[in-house]
Design a protein around this ligand. Structure first.
Ligand code: SF4
Length: 176
């Protein structure tokens, strides 16, 4: 049904900022997403994303490539991706616990409360701030370039409505 491949890399944060972070450019993409200003893990923020990166020394990048075998329906592929994302978050939380001062980066936006159920539109605080994590892209990181250059995975154009031959989830751990 699907096969998982694991990729990892580590880079100094100052190099990552120089070559892979462009907050203004990616903020424009975020503004076109329905999650903009609607989910606490997504922009806009009450802090500067550049300052968030600068709190840390090193970025560990973790990627999972989910290879679909052609028999998976779109609904199944979404379930598989959600499952891999959850396992990946668990793996990164474990690393976070083992590395004092570190913080993990989620593969995509927060979906802990379910689609459309974030408290942000009602102005209430996040239900699980201890579990909510920002993603690389939400902080202005170029995930496509990260996947290609640092994880060595070729990017594939995804046709809307079709299950791709593979999908890559990328998260990480920022370390002091
Ligand atoms: S944990 Fe819930 S309330 Fe907090 S950002 Fe995620 S979806 Fe929103």
């Amino acid at each position: 049904m699907y096969r998982l491949e694991r990729f990892e890399e580590r880079i100094p944060v100052k190099d990552y900022i120089k070559d892979y972070v462009n907050v203004d450019e990616f903020l424009e993409c975020c503004k076109r997403c329905p999650n903009y200003d609607k989910v606490w893990s997504c922009p806009s923020y009450d802090f500067k994303s550049e300052d968030y990166w600068k709190e840390y020394e090193s970025l560990y990048i973790l990627g999972y490539k989910i290879n679909f075998d052609g028999t998976v329906s779109q609904e199944e592929s979404l379930k598989i991706m959600a499952e891999v994302k959850e396992n990946m978050a668990g793996e990164l939380f474990k690393m976070e616990n083992q590395c004092p001062g570190s913080v993990s980066l989620s593969a995509g936006s927060c979906s802990l409360c379910g689609k459309g159920n974030c408290t942000r539109p009602s102005g209430k605080p996040c239900r699980y701030p201890e579990k909510m994590r920002y993603s690389i892209e939400s902080l202005g990181g170029n995930v496509g370039k990260t996947v290609h250059d640092l994880l060595g995975i070729e990017l594939e154009w995804i046709e809307e409505g079709k299950v791709p031959s593979y999908f890559v989830l990328v998260g990480g751990l920022l370390e002091k």
